[in-house]
Design a binder for this molecule. Structure first.
Ligand code: BGC
Length: 387
């Protein structure tokens, strides 16, 4: 029996990327020395080709980030050529009638910012606010949705506690301070943008995981899962709930928590990175976000799956649960798959393959995977059909 799951009118469908992961040839940011991305996908030059693929696939939305280190490679010196480059990028999307989500901070910092303490240093918070305002003034006519920060929790955790990402620190005080400074940046930018325009939509891309107790009969595991959920999913959101017009949800996996705070993954359903696939988790996370009474866009959801064996099912099952949450009154307005194409997966390099489109690392040729055409049908029809 065929079942058809219709999505609301004007639902947005598309994909997401971030500048450093796809553009290539960036020597100006803090990642370039420790984790050089080389040419990446050369999206910097091939953006027109990439956007024409998006258009053909029937997407009507796309999320990109803007690279602060290109725009302001030296303190106070804005690079006009790069400002014009991004104007071309945004205009190309606009011409194709694709709604634009623009992220202002997606994990990378100009070297001069990183060298003076990154977001740990309050002065840099104000440099970021200044940069963001400049970007707003330049592109306000082109951008539909402003995403100020991408995943502040992931960034602070990996950069200031787990020593994985620049500046590779393990310092709880710096971790907390950076988080507080990012909160401050978000709040000021929200107010600044709203002072400048009435219809401006400002939000966040927030990674929320589904935290489940490892053993649901254990009071301690239940308590640990609750604490993890409060801290990871709600600490930031609670503090900016009056300064967001929408919530962007990045959902990847379920975390089974064992007391005191260990993540146990015994699932057999895993991506190439070993992340536990649990489509139902997105439903619980979405229901849990309902209390903020804001429109929600899924700003990232996807998996590393080089052979494209699981992606189609992954998309289908997640959309099924998203549809379920919509039916139960959660105001979900769009879905952006991570990612449009294989790209530079931060400290893990090019191995994890998250793309609907395969990138040949040598020739940079773009080859849409089978899952891309499956997703394309959903986008074109605004509905999911399960046979
Ligand atoms: C980030 C992306 C990243 C993806 C997959 C998200 O945490 O926003 O930049 O590539 O997850 O790991």
């Amino acid at each position: 029996m065929e079942r058809v799951f219709k999505f609301p009118k004007d639902f947005l469908w598309g994909t997401a990327t971030s500048a450093y992961q796809v553009e290539g040839k960036n020597d100006f940011c803090d990642w370039s020395d420790c984790y050089p991305a080389g040419l990446a996908c050369d999206h910097y030059h091939k953006f027109r080709e990439d956007f024409s693929i998006i258009k053909k696939m029937g997407h009507n939305a796309h999320r990109i980030s803007i690279e602060w280190s290109r725009i302001e490679p030296k303190k106070g010196k804005f690079n006009k050529k790069e400002i014009e480059h991004y104007r071309e990028v945004l205009k190309a999307l606009k011409r194709s009638k694709i709604k634009i989500f623009l992220t202002l901070f997606h994990f990378t910092l100009p070297k001069w910012v990183a060298q003076s303490g990154g977001f740990l240093n309050k002065e840099n918070v104000f440099h970021f606010i200044n940069f963001s305002n400049r970007i707003f003034d330049e592109y306000k006519e082109l951008v539909d949705f402003w995403v100020v920060l991408n995943e502040p929790e992931v960034y602070t955790l990996l950069s200031y506690l787990l020593k994985r990402w620049p500046p590779k620190k393990r310092n709880p005080f710096q971790y907390l301070k950076t988080k507080r400074n990012l909160l401050l940046a978000h709040k000021i930018i929200y107010r600044d943008f709203h002072k400048k325009g009435k219809k401006v939509l400002v939000g966040i891309a927030k990674n929320n995981s589904f935290f489940a107790p490892y053993n649901s009969k254990s009071l301690f595991d239940r308590l640990s899962a609750k604490i993890a959920k409060r801290w990871q999913n709600h600490y930031f959101l609670n503090r900016i709930k009056n300064e967001i017009d929408f919530i962007g949800l990045n959902y990847y996996f379920t975390s089974n928590i064992k007391f005191p705070m260990r993540m146990i993954n015994e699932s057999r359903d895993v991506s190439d990175l070993g992340w536990a696939i649990n489509p139902e988790g997105i439903y619980h996370v979405l229901k849990d976000l309902k209390k903020y009474k804001k429109p929600i866009f899924i700003t990232e959801n996807g998996l590393a799956d080089k052979k494209d064996k699981l992606r189609k099912e992954f998309i289908k099952n997640h959309l099924f649960w998203i549809w379920g949450a919509i039916k139960e009154g959660v105001d979900i307005k769009g879905y952006l798959h991570w990612s449009l194409m294989d790209n530079f997966e931060w400290d893990l390099g090019f191995d994890p393959r998250f793309g609907l489109i395969e990138i040949d690392c040598k020739t940079l040729e773009r080859k849409p995977r089978k899952s891309a055409s499956f997703y394309s049908e959903i986008c074109k029809n605004n509905c999911l059909t399960i046979k």
